[in-house]
Design a binder for this molecule. Sequence first.
Ligand SMILES: [Mg+2]
Ligand SMILES: [Zn+2]
Length: 156
Amino acid sequence: MPETRDMSVKTRLRWEHEDGTLCVAGHTADLICAEGGGPVRQRPENRPPVWPTLAALVDWLNTANGSGERETSLRLLKLVEEAGEVASAYAGAVGQNPRKGRTHTYKDVADELCDVALTALVALHSFVPDPEGHFAARLAHVSARVGVQASTEETP
Ligand SMILES: [Mg+2]
Ligand SMILES: [Zn+2]
């Protein structure tokens, strides 16, 4: 896939270099500054609030499709579909199929991994009344099992 440059003003304003300076140059498909500023990332203040946004997505889906057993099953199936897209994007990013060559980037793989995560979190809403709390408790459980604990201290 050729390197593409995202020139939309809206998107441009949402990206910064690793040192926190605004990237106004646009970026390549692999999220590298088009003018040599190195890797870029989305500015934290532009990130949507994760759980309220997921709740809004669930409301939107419930309104359109209902929330019966069939719909719940399809949301679980969607997880399998998205997992397949991760595999496909990775194979395409490393050019595993000689006939096709490189058809994807690592950004595509990252996007698909995000799709898996958000699809799982949407489906989680069908099974527990407090998905955010349930996820936090599960994360604490898994991390405690291996003795890992994130520090909440600010690093300068
Ligand atoms: Mg996807
Ligand atoms: Zn830049």
